[in-house]
Design a protein around this ligand. Structure first.
Ligand SMILES: [Zn+2]
Length: 676
């Protein structure tokens, strides 16, 4: 599902493994991870990380294994101590957060009970679907499922009004697909065909597990495929979803009723208990309108099969191990190449962390987040804000009037570090010992109720879009804010005691990357208040587009797996943020060094350590399936491109490593990309 309004540093990591090392005793940079047989000018990513990549093959549970995943491992170890304590706490009184964490985690670990129950936790909902007879019943099912936080067909959630960022309104968003992208249904390429064939087999297997005969299961799988292919055809592409204006179509209830007349929207909003329906952003009108036509054209008997599949598929990992394993075989192995499932305790840490995110987060920061880290981060952010301001002032391609606006937006960027000031109150969430599925459903219901309640009210600016235990960071264009959860404030991103060069190359770059998102091809369309409003002179917009075109072309020609290319347009926002992030962080480092002579550490100059530290953050081994998946779905470029497609655009890099025109990746100064 789309997380509205958040632009993250990286997509979520998955999988696990054992690093077995205590990274805190390791130096911030280690020459033993490099491969100096490769020239820095030929492949800086491999030069900086070659030996690490050779010495760290991907563990079976992973589809990708790199700096993020190694840190994720440490995170699991930390969270395990929290959950071990909580799960053994027999004295936690009923209704307390400790009781909820304990019972949620324990119910998920009780595989004997889960296996014994098989598919029975879904019985009531499956019976409801069986009882369908009319088109009106199809709508009733949408309402029942959406009200419980499961989303067949489309999503509805709260969203800041793109043109009045103080106000929360409702937003509809395309959905309804079992495969992670519309293109998999429609593509003629070998990989899409292979995925479709595997998906059909997978659905059939799941239907058999749910009690169908193999013949019926195969037929039903085809019915689902037909419906989802129709939905795919009316879905926007990922590129189209990146256009804020195209996805802002504010309407009222009557307007929505006109766009999608086959749904009774009044009944829908009443059913999901949404009172304030005066303003709705219809994210993708083409989808909602096409879906409405399908409600009429698809036979009720086929809808029953579709809803049955949606329910089984979305619940699979909470059901008995036969469902869970088959679900993983498709989504983990076929789509991402992981060879084996994570141990259950790790998956249950993730699930507890999802369902009771800030409750776990509160315990996490109490135990593992040192207050000094927040102080050091605040200093870094302030220095880098000044640094970006200087870069903006120095831009030759921008008029003074636009610079002034940009500066005003920069000054207004709000900063959140570590954890929220105000925690979510889980008081109304019931978690018991009876059923893991019921616990998950209750948690989902709690989250959706919380979300729906926000609609029609002013924005609560204290809220966070990620939990403190998430290894990531984000920029929100509507909030005009940058957010750094506690978990990313650790090596190899953040070193409490390392030299400035290493920190500016890692967390300094992350901070600058997030700030630059306010000025990327999407972010620049929002003003300092977070409203979709053009504050650019026409000339400056033209210059910006010409400048970004250089970057689009560079990434379009970046080859992966011999024949595949990075999508320069899909990844543009992230690439602008990476390039701006590095330029701003480098400028920040020079200010921090304040003309002090380069101090060589372990044989490297400060500038060299800056670039090596950056490369280290992105080191990762990735399975072929996962690389293909990410090239299609991820707005972030692959790990090696995040290094190699960036550094050769930066003049200081050439000086730091004595890169020559004869080197493979040398770019002549006039062809280098330079935006922020
Ligand atoms: Zn980003």
């Amino acid at each position: 599902m789309a997380t509205a309004g958040i632009i993250a540093l990286a997509i979520g990591t998955s999988g696990c493994g054992d690093s077995g090392k205590d990274k805190k005793t390791e130096p911030a940079l280690s020459a033993s991870n490099m491969d100096t047989t490769i020239k820095a000018g030929d492949d800086f990513y491999k030069f900086a990380n070659g030996n690490w990549l050779k010495n760290n093959p991907i563990p079976d549970e992973y589809s990708r294994y790199g700096a993020f995943e190694v840190l994720e491992e440490e995170n699991y170890t930390q969270l395990k101590t929290i959950l071990a304590e909580a799960s053994a706490d027999k004295n936690a009184s009923e209704g307390t957060v400790n009781q909820k964490i304990r019972d949620f985690y324990n119910s998920g670990m009780d595989t004997v009970k889960i296996d014994k129950n098989g598919i029975s936790p879904l019985k009531a909902e499956l019976d409801q679907i069986d009882a369908f007879a009319t088109k009106a019943d199809v709508q009733k099912m949408v309402i029942l499922q959406h009200a419980s936080g499961n989303y067949p067909l489309f999503y509805l959630f709260s969203s800041q009004d793109e043109k009045n960022s103080n106000q929360v309104i409702a937003m509809t968003y395309q959905g309804g697909l079992g495969l992670p992208d519309r293109d998999y249904y429609l593509g003629d390429d070998a990989r899409s065909k292979e995925i479709r064939a595997s998906y059909l087999k997978h659905m059939a297997k799941m239907f058999v597990l749910a009690g169908s005969t193999p013949e019926q299961a195969a037929k039903d799988a085809n019915v689902v495929m037909t419906i989802e292919t129709q939905l795919a055809k009316i879905s926007s592409t990922r590129l189209e979803l990146r256009d804020p204006k195209a996805n802002y179509n504010k309407s009222d209830l009557a307007g929505l009723q006109k766009i999608a007349p086959e749904m009774d929207w009044k009944a829908y909003f009443d059913g999901i208990k949404l009172q304030a329906t005066s303003e709705i952003n219809v994210g993708q009108p083409k989808f909602i309108s096409g879906m409405s036509k399908m409600i009429n054209s698809v036979p009720v008997a086929d809808w029953k099969i579709y809803f049955r599949w949606d329910l089984i598929n979305s619940a699979a990992s909470s059901l008995s191990s036969d469902f869970d394993k088959e679900h993983f075989a498709f989504y983990g192995t076929v789509l991402s190449g992981a060879k084996e499932q994570q141990p259950r305790w790790k998956r249950m840490i993730d699930q507890t962390s999802n369902s009771l995110g800030e409750a776990v987060g509160q315990l996490y920061v109490q135990k593992f987040f040192p207050p000094e880290a927040k102080k050091r981060m605040t200093e870094l952010v302030n220095n880098l804000k000044v640094s970006l301001g200087e870069r903006i002032q120095g831009l030759a391609w921008m008029n003074e009037a636009t610079k002034k606006e940009a500066e005003a937006k920069l000054v207004k960027i709000n900063v959140k570090i570590g954890y929220p000031d105000k925690w979510i109150d889980y008081g109304s969430l019931t978690i018991g010992t009876d059923s893991y599925y019921a616990n998950k459903k209750n948690a989902r219901q709690f989250a959706v109720n919380r979300d729906i309640t926000k609609i029609g009210k002013p924005v609560d600016r204290s809220e966070w879009g990620m939990t403190p235990q998430t290894i990531n960071a984000y920029y929100s264009p509507n909030m005009n804010e940058i957010v750094f959860p506690a978990a990313i404030l650790q090596p190899p991103f953040f070193f409490m005691n390392a030299d400035d060069a290493v920190n500016y190359g890692a967390i300094g770059m992350v901070i600058s990357h997030e700030m630059t998102h306010g000025f990327d091809d999407q972010g620049r369309q929002y003003d300092k208040e977070g409203n979709l409003h053009d504050w650019w002179l026409a000339d400056d917009s033209k210059n910006f587009e010409a400048k970004t075109k250089v970057l689009v072309d560079q990434y379009d020609s970046y080859v992966m797996l011999e024949t595949l290319h990075v999508d320069g347009k899909l990844t543009l926002g992230e690439n602008i943020a990476d390039l701006g992030g590095m330029n701003v962080a480098y400028n920040g480092l020079q200010k921090a060094l304040n003309g002090k002579k380069d101090k060589n550490i372990d044989g490297f100059t400060a500038d060299q350590r800056f670039f090596l530290s950056y490369a280290q953050v992105w080191r990762a081994n990735t399975r072929t399936e996962e690389t293909m998946r990410r090239l299609k779905e991820d707005v972030h470029s692959p790990a090696d491109a995040r290094v190699n497609a960036i550094v050769y655009n930066i003049p200081a890099f050439y000086a730091a490593f004595n890169i020559q025109p004869t080197d493979k990746r040398y770019i002549a100064p006039e062809n280098r990309a330079d935006i922020w």
